[in-house]
Design a protein around this ligand. Sequence first.
Ligand code: HEC
Ligand code: HEC
Length: 194
Amino acid sequence: MRRIAPLVCALVLGFASGAEAQSAAVSDAGAQAWVRIFAVASHPRCTNCHVGASGRPAWDGLGYGATKLHGMNIVAGDSRIGAETIPCRTCHIGAAGPNDRPHAAPQVDDAWRLPPVELAWRGKSGAEVCAQLRNPETNDGFDLADLIDHVRTSEFVRYGFEPGAGRTPAAGSTATLAKDLQAWGDAGMPCPQD
Ligand code: HEC
Ligand code: HEC
């Protein structure tokens, strides 16, 4: 027994440091994945819709300067689809289009609208967006599996990566974003402020 004990000890320690190294690698990968997720979430192709209570969509990064609100005084209102004033579908149609004419209203196969107010990302820091996203209570009920499903299937997210008409796309694809969300989730959704 006296001889075995140190051996067992060494084995246990060996396993422990192996597991620690593995979990350090997972949390490293998660932190790096978050940097890429936020690079997408803070891109104008996403933040022009992900605006807050003002209900004013934006035209940032479309050739009018770094920041610019949607022309023609468009306001989405509580309905988030402009039902109170001019509905988004007046110009954005709500059916797939070629999106090949610069500065024409983008068209996708869904009713063009703003997300709920709590999903506002425009002008927010990485720490703020991260805290909001990982908490289903401030995330319109989306948990990790819902988030991944959403980015894989949403016509709006796809548009952000393939906007057409010479617009700058967000970096990556729906597949790379889904993969990064999974890596971030596997690491316990780390945020820069943790
Ligand atoms: C046309 C407006 C529009 C654009 C552009 C848009 N979104 Fe959204 N987004 C929405 C709406 C609306 C919802 C609410 C869910 C729904 O109704 O489909 C949403 C919800 C989400 C959600 C799930 C809930 C949450 O945590 O915010 C994620 C993730 C998301 N969007 C990511 C993106 C990313 C990434 C981009 C850019 C690549 C993007 N969106 C571009 C309108 C948009
Ligand atoms: C009168 C026509 C019109 C109406 C109504 C309208 N839009 Fe637009 N929208 C446009 C045009 C045109 C563009 C393209 C601007 C450009 O690329 O220079 C645009 C672009 C956008 C963009 C920027 C997309 C990007 O890739 O960055 C968002 C976001 C947007 N609209 C949201 C909305 C929302 C939400 C509504 C309803 C509340 C709405 N729009 C109503 C004409 C309209």
